[in-house]
Design a protein around this ligand. Sequence first.
Ligand code: 5RP
Length: 225
Amino acid sequence: MDQNKLKQLVGREAVKYVEDGMTIGLGSGTTVKYMVDTLGEKNKKEHLNLMCVTTSKKTAKQATNLGLTVKELDQVDEINLTIDGADEVDHDFNGIKGGGAALLWEKIVAKNSNRNIWIVDENKMVNHLGKFPLPVEVIPFGSKHLFRELQKMSLNPRFRTNVASALVKTDSGNYIIDLNIGNITDPIKLAEDLKGLTGVVEHGLFIHIVDEVIVGTNDGVRIVN
Ligand code: 5RP
């Protein structure tokens, strides 16, 4: 099965967890895009009473266009369930996120959700995190100095740029520095070290946040929990 089919498969599966009356956190990325399409269809067909909180302006636009009700996080009392993608997931349920530069809002929404489900294809399930460059969201002010600090820590930083070679800006107006570390032997320690650096807003290590992972395989869907 090609990767897009797997993304579609897990997106459809995740929507089965959505019940009438829920407030749903909507992640970001190409896998989530399929899920939001399916949620839009379900919402229309079943006339559901749903509220959605999104993790990026892009997802907000898609959801609104599909007729879903989108609220700001501070407009809702709680989020019952958040469905998001991930870039890598290890066996301890830790993950790397932020390939789509939405990690800050994704982490805030996830931390304020009663339940978190990730939807991934099986290529993203790994023994050790780190093959995927770890995104770090940083304040633009002084970011070149922070970059040098990350270099000194041997974390192989790289500012993320777009096709026009301009620095990528997040929905909060920050920059992304991707760390090309390779094998991350101690994700918890690394997460602490990164949070300790002034100018770092958030990093893409999601430690013990997800409750359940829906994995798309050539044989169908596998639920890991
Ligand atoms: C965006 C994310 C995405 O969830 C992650 O990058 C996976 O994206 P995709 O489904 O396109 O592979 O963290 O910041």
